[in-house]
Write a protein that binds this ligand. Sequence first.
Ligand code: HEC
Length: 164
Amino acid sequence: MKRNWIRNLVGLALVAVGLSGCMEPNQGWYGTENAPRSFSSEGERLYFTGISSSGEQIRPVGGHHHMQMHGGSCATCHGADKQGGTIMWPRFWVVAPALTEGALEKEHNDGHDHASYDESSLKNAIVKGIGPDGEPLHETMPRWRMSEESLNELVHYLLGEHSH
Ligand code: HEC
């Protein structure tokens, strides 16, 4: 009982820190004026909002507690233009790699080298946090839970015409 109470207090403190953090320009990319208001595909919608048009919310597993509490989606870290970059999130610097088609196919992605992604290795990275070489991705990249349908949409959005 007592422990729950303490946990709630800690939770409130984190919310307060999170809210004040929203005032800062560097608090992730998502939520900036760059975010589109309508989406040209289901995958794009998922990338930006983390919620499908049928209301399914994709869920990050593990990773940082900030993500668990505040939600967010791919664009939060990888950017509205998928260029990735270094962001202050939530209180320390995170370097998220670019997720453009070119970057995913390239073997040298800004110092983050990997074999070229295809549909199945990209799914592995998103769901299991395993890169195309079998190396685990850093834990700042959350592992995601979503329906097969949403995963397909997201992967098609990222790989573009190369996934068809
Ligand atoms: C909290 C920040 C954060 C969020 C949110 C996030 N990512 Fe990442 N992602 C990262 C970081 C950091 C890395 C680099 C991990 C590493 O260096 O091992 C990464 C790596 C990746 C990679 C591997 C790229 C490569 O070059 O090998 C893919 C693919 C990826 N993310 C897809 C996604 C998708 C799709 C979403 C949304 C469902 C998402 N990420 C949401 C932070 C994030």
